[in-house]
Design a protein around this ligand. Structure first.
Ligand code: SIN
Length: 280
C-alpha cells in the first residue's frame, strides 16, 4: 500500500485520504486521519472493502456510537442505519442542509457513511464548513450572534409530508415514534469546537426552529440570512461517491446535504454516528 497522504479538495472543506486500509489503521495513521478531520471537516477514503463490523470498529475509535432515537437501525446492529433508496423512489434521507441530530441535548459528534451501491451519476453529498462560514461573517453580525441561542427539535423534520409512510414501515428507511420527537433543546448559535478551538455557526434548516427569546419575524429573518450565508459554494465541497468509498465528517464543524437527483437508480450506504457533547 502507498504511503498515507491527505489531499485537500477545496480551499475550505474536505480532503481525500489515500494509502489507508480502514481494516488495519495503526495509531500513527489514526493520528493523521484525526488531524485531517479537524482541519478539513470531512474526509473521504475510497476503495475500502470492509465489513460492517470493521466500519463500526473504526468509527468507535472516535467515540461511542449512537442508536438513532427515531430512524430504525439494522436488526442485529441497531447502531447502523441502512441508508437505502431503491430504484424508482425519491431519496428521502438527509436531503436538506443539516448537521446530524442537533435536536438532541448532545448532538452527534461525527458520522461515517460507507457507500456500497452507487448510482451511475447523481447521489452526491455536499458539505459546508461552518467554521469558515463563521469567520467570513461581517463583524457586526458576529457581535449580534454573540450570546444568542437557538431552539432545535425533531418535531418538524420528522412530521413533514412523506414521514407517515416511514412510521408505517412502508418505505426502505423506516422510523419508530419516540416521545423525544417533540422535545425542544437550546444550543448556542455559535459553538466553539472543543478540539480545534475555532468558532462555528451552529444552526440548520432541518432542525433549528427559532432563535430563543426573539420575536418570530426577526428570528425567521435572522435564520434565513444565516442559512443563505453558511452554505455558500465557497464554503462547500461536493463528494462524488464510488463503490466502497467512505465519508467521515465532524458535525461540530460541517453541515451536509444529500442530493436527490438519481430517481431511476438504487443507492445503498451504511451510516453510523458517534456520540457528541453539549455544544458550548
Ligand atoms: C445523511 O444525511 O447522513 C445522509 C447523507 C447521504 O446519504 O448522502
Amino acid at each position: 500500500m502507498n504511503k498515507l497522504s491527505v489531499h485537500p479538495l477545496t480551499g475550505s472543506c474536505g480532503a481525500e485520504i489515500s494509502g489507508l486500509d480502514l481494516a488495519n489503521v495503526s495509531d500513527a495513521e489514526f493520528g493523521i486521519v484525526h488531524a485531517a478531520l479537524l482541519d478539513h471537516g470531512v474526509i473521504f477514503i475510497r476503495d475500502q472493502d470492509i465489513t460492517l463490523d470493521q466500519q463500526v470498529a473504526f468509527a468507535r475509535r472516535f467515540g461511542e456510537l449512537e442508536v438513532h432515537p427515531i430512524v430504525d437501525g439494522m436488526e442485529n446492529a441497531p447502531e447502523i442505519t441502512k441508508v437505502w433508496k431503491p430504484k424508482g423512489q425519491s431519496a428521502s434521507f438527509g436531503t436538506g442542509w443539516h448537521s446530524d441530530n442537533t435536536f438532541q441535548e448532545h448532538p452527534s459528534m461525527g458520522s461515517m457513511l460507507y457507500g456500497k451501491t452507487i448510482p451511475p451519476f447523481g447521489g452526491d453529498t455536499v458539505f459546508a464548513n461552518q467554521q469558515v462560514a463563521y469567520e467570513r461573517l461581517p463583524d457586526a453580525m458576529k457581535e449580534k450572534l454573540d450570546g444568542l441561542f437557538a431552539i432545535h427539535s425533531a418535531s418538524e423534520a420528522y412530521t413533514v409530508e412523506g414521514t407517515k409512510e416511514k412510521f408505517d414501515k412502508k418505505t426502505a428507511i423506516t422510523y419508530t415514534w419516540d416521545e423525544s420527537i417533540m422535545n425542544e433543546v437550546r444550543h448556542p448559535i455559535v459553538r466553539t469546537h472543543p478540539e480545534n478551538g475555532k468558532k462555528a455557526l451552529f444552526v440548520n434548516d432541518m432542525f433549528t426552529l427559532r432563535v430563543d427569546e426573539m420575536e418570530p419575524t426577526e428570528s425567521h429573518e435572522l435564520l434565513q440570512t444565516l442559512y443563505q450565508h453558511c452554505t455558500k459554494p465557497e464554503f462547500c465541497c461536493r463528494f462524488r461517491w464510488t463503490e466502497n468509498a467512505v465519508a467521515l465528517w465532524d458535525n461540530r464543524l460541517v453541515q451536509h446535504y444529500a442530493v436527490d437527483d438519481y430517481q431511476d437508480y438504487e443507492r445503498l450506504m451504511y451510516r453510523v454516528t458517534i456520540e457528541g457533547d453539549r455544544p458550548n
